[in-house]
Design a protein around this ligand. Structure first.
Ligand code: ASP
Length: 344
């Protein structure tokens, strides 16, 4: 028996569902049945312990208290386990992996989110491979005894991704996630090939884990579209209590060049609202110097989101707003790479 210990956390989602034999509806089953469904997990020889959220949730119901609970659970069990596997619905998995990556500083252990497109109880399920490989990755150590992947990740369909670089982009295919702006951390085939040059390793090991769970949800996403009405934009920017807005712009960070648009945004900035420019494109980055339509945003104080995903941008904003009551401090950290979410 290996002395590696893994904590398997079940939060909900398709992976833990069973089909009702009469109605064919998908219903969550008792988590203890996961080990019954997959006796092969015992073959690892690891000490695999389980924790189930109660109630388990569809990930569309994920909220800030859920993230707080998850972060605290990881903190309480951090010393006891070598790695963590979190079973989570795919719909908001990228948001959750991003949120946890910001909430945990100095993390040195593998925290692997996974799930599936088909329930684990179904014949063609992708859940079994996803779970088995996630456990193997969470347990993997290098020759010095350090974890191979000391990061918050998503493992899905043969690929290990940095969690805060991912987006769910396919609701049908087994390959549900993509990390368009950052290479995969590991490829899983006959062997697990770790791409160590892309994995974040601590400069020195043994730092104390720091967990900060305060979040402030006073942020909003505005996706720009051709024909956007002035009064609609104005009313969104004047919602009471809003501290920050993610402006989803075209291409490399471009927006309508009309005076009314720039004035609206400037007015919001003058009121102290943070405007973060994130591209609507699935790959590439915001460069507000490339076109005059982007440059005018830069000139009025819009912050460039570089190559951050919308999911990571939202999680980062909620986290920073929760940590700093003054938007000046939030601005300062927003442009910094906190845990691999943007390229430097
Ligand atoms: N609706 C489910 C969820 O996100 C889908 C899934 O698990 O893939 O919880």
């Amino acid at each position: 028996m290996d002395n590696t210990s893994i904590l398997l956390i079940y939060t909900g989602g398709t992976i833990g569902m069973k089909q009702d034999p009469i109605s064919f509806d998908l219903r969550p089953f008792d988590f203890s049945q996961i080990l019954e469904e997959m006796p092969e997990l015992r073959k690892f020889g690891y000490n695999i312990e389980t924790y189930s959220f109660n109630p388990v949730i569809d990930s569309s119901d994920v909220d800030i208290p859920f993230w707080k609970h998850l972060a605290e659970l990881l903190e309480q069990n951090y010393e006891k386990y070598d790695g963590f596997v979190i079973l989570h619905g795919t719909d908001t998995m990228s948001f959750s992996a991003s949120a946890i990556s910001f909430m945990l500083s100095n993390n040195e252990k593998p925290i692997i989110f996974t799930g599936s497109q088909l329930p684990i109880g179904m014949l063609r399920t992708d859940g079994k491979e996803n779970l088995i490989s996630s456990i193997e990755i969470a347990a993997a150590k290098d020759s010095q005894g350090h974890p191979m992947v000391p990061e918050v990740c998503i493992y899905f369909e043969s690929h290990l991704y940095r969690g805060n670089r991912t987006t769910k982009y396919n609701a049908e295919n087994f390959r549900a996630f993509r990390s368009a702006n950052y290479p995969v951390l590991a490829d899983v085939g006959i062997h697990i090939k770790y791409n160590t040059q892309f994995i974040n390793y601590p400069k020195e090991w043994g730092k104390q884990l720091q967990v900060r769970t305060n979040m402030d949800p006073s942020a909003l996403i505005i996706k720009i579209t051709p024909g956007l009405r002035k009064d609609i934009l104005e009313s969104m920017l004047s919602i009471k209590g809003i501290r920050a807005v993610i402006l989803e712009t075209f291409g490399s960070g471009n927006a309508p060049s009309g005076k009314w648009f720039t004035e609206c945004i400037k007015e919001a900035i003058d009121k102290g609202i943070i405007i973060l420019n994130v591209t609507q494109c699935h790959a590439g980055k915001v460069d507000m110097g490339a076109y005059s339509t982007g440059k005018s945003l830069k000139d009025i104080g819009v912050i460039g989101g570089s190559d951050i995903t919308t999911e990571a941008a939202m999680a980062k904003l909620l986290f920073l707003l929760g940590q700093y009551p003054d938007n000046k401090d939030v601005r300062l950290f927003l442009e910094k790479n906190l845990c691999g979410e943007i390229s430097e």
